[in-house]
Design a protein. Structure first.
Length: 112
């Protein structure tokens, strides 16, 4: 399983990176669906939320904390949406776990 996101992690493909640490990487979505649209991904190759194991417990929590930290840094003070499309029915198109952080506009509910 080598995805486009793995190639971004490995520096083979450029991305507009907004945050990086030992465990994860965050960069702007190439096809933004909101004024702010960031993808937060683990450096570990995990296909989706459905593939997380107990071993990934702290990593999964870390990803959420990074989302929160980036939202503060980007001054998304009035809120934002976090989405993890999972599997075929979830509309996942890249098989490397990622959290979409979208802000800068009012989001509707339910989503499509
Ligand atoms: P999914 O549909 O799997 O939840 O989301 C995948 C996201 O990755 C999409 O929003 C898509 O625009 C974004 N994406 C796909 N390829 C690239 C890329 O090469 N660079 C960046 N920055 N985003 C990408």
């Amino acid at each position: 399983m080598s995805t486009i996101f793995k190639r971004i992690i490995d520096g083979e493909i450029e991305a507009d990176i907004v945050y990086e640490d030992d465990l994860c990487l965050a960069f702007r979505d190439v096809n933004p669906q909101a004024p702010v649209h960031i993808l937060v991904i683990p450096k570990k190759e995990i296909r989706s939320i459905a593939d997380l194991t107990l071993e990934d417990q702290s990593l999964a929590g870390h990803l959420l904390l990074v989302v929160s930290k980036i939202a503060v840094e980007l001054e998304l003070d009035s809120g934002y949406r976090v989405v993890a499309n999972t599997g075929v029915d979830g509309g996942q198109s890249v098989d490397h776990l990622h959290l979409h952080l979208m802000g800068g506009r009012q989001h509707e509910w339910p989503p499509g």
